[in-house]
Design a protein around this ligand. Structure first.
Ligand SMILES: Nc1ncnc2c1ncn2[C@@H]1O[C@H](COP(=O)(O)OP(=O)(O)O)[C@@H](O)[C@H]1O
Ligand SMILES: [Mg+2]
Ligand SMILES: [Zn+2]
Length: 242
């Protein structure tokens, strides 16, 4: 006896399948025969798996960005919620300038103001938003840190700062006794970013003219030429109110 089906057998098999009720996949609605009610088709199962994997990858990337952003621990949970009207104005402009247009068209920004007025807080909070919402590579640093990296010849670290999509340079001009060659290196780094059209956000406690002294003549001309966007955080220190 043979297991081969005759043409007649096959016809009746197909007829039987055709008799089976049609059931839609609960996700995509594609109709299949011979499935139980409430089933999910293999296409939809595959799609869900991929989506979950994408989500996992995205969260890994965000985590990586934040851990490697050099944002100080004190500000690592900063919430992007402006405290007062000047912070609100700056927050609005940060979003407009960095998140609503291609980054190579973003303007450099300068936030001045006394100690404790929220310059670092608001900038770090914004950086965290850019990393988690748009997976933009934002790095935080200070003039002091850049100078010290040059002194230690940490060129790999310097390259990371040089090439960040957005760089926050805090405490510009705080250091007073920087040797000339280090000032030039600092200026070179800023100049490289400027030429590569990578936007930089400068923070300083200094008044405008002293800030320009700190970044050097060449960078001053460039920032003036491109009309760096300036803001002043005034008022009393916000420390202790957070
Ligand atoms: N938008 C804000 N939301 C919550 N806390 C804030 C905000 N702005 C400032 N602060 C508080 O004020 C303190 C001083 O701000 P900070 O950014 O360190 O000042 P600056 O960098 O201007 O010297 C912060 O530690 C924080 O507690
Ligand atoms: Mg600060
Ligand atoms: Zn489906």
């Amino acid at each position: 006896m043979s297991d081969f089906k005759t043409a007649g057998d096959l016809t009746s098999m197909f007829a039987q399948i055709k008799e089976l009720p049609k059931t839609p996949c609960v996700r995509c609605g594609t109709v299949y025969r011979g499935k139980e009610d409430g089933f999910v088709c293999s296409d939809c199962i595959e799609k869900a798996k991929n989506k979950k994997q994408e989500e996992v990858n995205k969260n890994k990337r965000i985590n990586y960005l934040i851990v490697n952003s050099f944002i100080p621990k004190r500000y690592i949970t900063a919430a992007f919620k402006p405290f007062n009207s000047v912070q609100k104005e700056v927050a609005y402009y940060l979003v407009d300038n960095f998140s609503k247009r291609p980054l190579d068209t973003s303007r450099d920004m300068l936030i001045m103001g006394n100690m404790g007025t929220g310059k670092t807080y608001l900038s770090c909070a914004f950086a965290l938003e850019m990393m988690s919402r748009k997976q933009i590579n934002v790095k935080y640093t200070t003039e002091q840190e850049i100078v010290s990296l040059f002194t230690r010849k940490e060129f790999k670290q310097l390259n990371i700062l040089k090439n960040a999509q957005i760089l926050i340079v805090d405490e510009v001009g705080k250091r007073r006794d920087t040797p000339e060659w280090l000032k030039i290196e600092f200026e070179e780094l800023l100049s490289y970013r400027f030429n590569e059209m990578k936007p930089t956000l400068y923070l300083t406690n200094l008044i405008e003219n002293d800030f320009y002294m700190a970044i050097g003549e060449r960078m001053t001309d460039r920032l003036r030429e491109t009309d760096v966007m300036k803001f002043v955080f005034d008022g009393d220190s916000l420390r202790g109110r957070g």
